[in-house]
Design a protein around this ligand. Sequence first.
Ligand SMILES: C[S@@+](CC[C@H](N)C(=O)[O-])C[C@H]1O[C@@H](n2cnc3c(N)ncnc32)[C@H](O)[C@@H]1O
Length: 529
Amino acid sequence: MRTVGIGLASGVSAEEVLAAVDAVLPDPRAPVRLATLDTRAGEPGLVAAAARRGWALTGHPASRLARVAVPTPSAGVAARVGTPSVAEAAALVEGGSLLVPKTVHGRVTVALAVPPPHPLVPGGPLTPRTAPAVLQPTGLRLAGRAVVVVGGGTRAHRAVAGLQDAAAVVTVVAPEVTPALEALATAGALTWHPRHYGPGDLRGAWFAVAASGDPAVDAAVAREAERERVFCASDDPAAGAVLPATGRIGDLVVAVHDAGSAERATDVRDAVLAAMTDGLLPVAAPTTARGTVVLVGGGPGDPGLITVRGRQALAHAEVVVADHLAPQSLLASLPPEVEVIDASKLPRGRSMAQEQINDLLVTHARAGRRVVRLKGGDPFVYGRGMEELQACAAAGIPVEVVPGITSAIAVPALAGIPVTHRGLTHEFVVVSGHLPPGHPQSLVGWTALARLRGTIVVLMGVDTAPAIAATLVEHGRAPETPVAIVSDGSTPTQRTVRTTLADLPRTIAETAVRPPAVWVVGEVVSLAT
Ligand SMILES: C[S@@+](CC[C@H](N)C(=O)[O-])C[C@H]1O[C@@H](n2cnc3c(N)ncnc32)[C@H](O)[C@@H]1O
């Protein structure tokens, strides 16, 4: 930072000081600091001038100033205050060189010094712009504008992701880039110059990001940006911009700056987004409209396994029509004014007829409410989601589908069983066991399934397991094929029982497995530890 050394008489006004300083500053808005003799640093006019502009003011002892070599020492001044120079010595006391030698403006003498060149980068450092002033947050409209990113690592990649959301025209300069950046370049989504940064790379850019990971390179980029008057985001404290921690919900962008701690900014960003997602911060515009139905897949039961979009829809719901396999703790956290309707469809038990559920959805949506139909797993996997969508569509009610994590894949996964594994299984089939083989209404090709080498995942098949296992063995699947039955997946009572296809009926009887359960047939079961 540049330093203005000041010598002044007692009783000088702030206006006199500012007029003298402005006379030597090429740009009055440029950040500077003031330095003077310590016995003068408390002069009210000087203090007021510094405060008015937000400049730092330092007083140095005469003994220190006397050791600074200056172009125009004065024996008279030395005799009066103990140092042959005040203004020039105070300007040069931290090093650097004089840009403006001492000049006298009425009762004020000023001299201007610039700092020494930066040891790493030819041309010296930039003036740090971020300290001590706070950051000025600004939303940039970068759509269609050229932005240069120097660097090809993960930090550059994250910056590029944000810039692409902003529809900027991105050029990446880096000898190597991450595979994801390379794929974007190959797809024509950005321009990649596979080489080191060189002066001139920022020409024509509106904005730049220096994320090379090399402080010397980032400083050089920041300095070119300064010369070209391009804002440059970088960790370099001299760079003109800082990228905030950002997150987005619909059109609402949350950006958090913390010059002191990037980690704290990220924590605050996460907390705000989570509160908005959960509806605790009712500032986010509802992402669903009134008079609509959202079919939400709630996942296998753990409230953490619903999607973000699903949580948002729930947060703005006025009526929730929920299945018993939907995450119940999410219902418990809804505000009291939300109407929760239990549409339990217990297997072989009490059931609210599907037509009744369809009617409920249509009636509440017609009354102008935001309706969420909350289901377990995914709405379109044995969830009758399409029937409900069709009923709403027939009534002219707009429907949004929010897919969920299906128990067919997630529950085996939570028990450590992958449904595919390289070199072992290249296929998996999800099948409903609610009707046993041979049932006149069954649509399942059980004999063809028996010839499958891959994984078979059976849902709704606890009671029918003996008949299914017998059919699979009868038509070709080896009786010793490993089987795992996973019940209450993702809940505190999750249990896994391992057996073979031949022993499945006995195991189910002995272990008293009850729905909800998924059972998995295939070699992948042996992979679970
Ligand atoms: C009507 S189906 C609904 C499936 C759901 N739409 C999905 O995608 O997961 C219900 C069956 O899913 C399986 N299921 C659902 N949640 C489960 C869980 N948490 N643990 C084990 N099985 C589950 C059981 O086979 C249950 O009988």
